[in-house]
Design a binder for this molecule. Sequence first.
Ligand SMILES: *Cc1c(COP(=O)(O)O)cnc(C)c1O
Length: 395
Amino acid sequence: MTKHSKRIPGSRFLHAPGPTRIPDEVLDAMHRQSIDLADPRLDDLIKDCEAGMQAVVGTERGEVYLYSANGHGAWEVAIANVLAEGDAVLIPSTGHFSEGWAIQTEALDRRVIRTPWKPGFPIDPNEVEDVLRADKTGDIKAVFAVQTDTSTGITSDIAAIRQAIDAAKHPALYVVDVVSSLAAAPFAMDAMGVNLVVGGSQKGLMLPPGMGFVVVDERAHQASLDNPSPKFYWDWTKRTGSHAYRKFCGTPPLQMLMGLRAAIDLLQQEGLDQVFARHRRLAGAVFKAIEAWSSAGAIDFFCQVPSARSVSVTAVTVQGFDPEAIRTIAREKFQVAMAGGLGPMAGKVFRIGHLGDMNEPTILGALAGIEAAMLSMGIAIGRDALPRAIDFLID
Ligand SMILES: *Cc1c(COP(=O)(O)O)cnc(C)c1O
């Protein structure tokens, strides 16, 4: 047995913002034999997943396409379908994830217009409006916005960006990445005027990594039909029809679909509004703890705007200590697994995930373990974090 394969009594708390904890009900639902592709139960399974995903993203008519792919695959679905080679897209800068999407878009010979990145701040809808107003020739075909940039723990106002596009009277399609915000922060495709929603399985949806999805309205679908650039695996037209094999451009990921149906059931049993409220409550406890820790000066929120703090994940800045060391001690000694800094934030922050299958004791336990790790390293932190988090949860 290697050092790392030793059994942990109890279990290690997973507080990365993805992959997140998988509920027992989802694991159980996936622990099933494969079925043949002509079995009508497979058609029912796919229909249930599609209808369930419509409810989760808040759309009546949006078409759901599920892919064997991670979030990067879902990004490519958007790029390949709604942008032709040479087309321009506005990607407001939010951090590592807007930049990743932009780089992937440029790699596929589309042109990207970025707004300047303001570390610590959400997307400024006025900047989006200004860029679109300046585009007199309608060169920009779409706006790709990330709802929650998981690297910064900052959530942008998706409805306000829609208003900015409308105020500029610009025809660009509105495409939103909800990979780390869906089933955590409030989102509603139809009510928010989103044309194309892009997501993945392993964050708020509480599934293993490996499935991406998009939800497509009529305008986005038309853009794909009009798009002359080559596409195949990602193409919606090729996936239209009722046959399961065709819908997935090959064999469907059967057990992932079984898990997705179970995860949707859990969300619907709890009620989406209650799911949002639980995330707000648990995130609020984390915020109270960080406020208390920060009173001694060594650590702070990366997010500079309290109302833009994500309910999914919080990035915490550290002065004078390596956040990777905190992360290692928290994981190896106190059984709390967190995430580190990505891209420009590498070595500057640790990130506490608080989305998905979480409740009060998991959050309080995680905060206690993180506090223990910081104290064991001699980091100056305020000591009333846990009492403040508990008071917040009692209220
Ligand atoms: C995780 C994430 C992605 C990428 O998903 P992968 O499954 O890792 O490819 C994209 N966007 C956001 C906001 C994410 O959090």
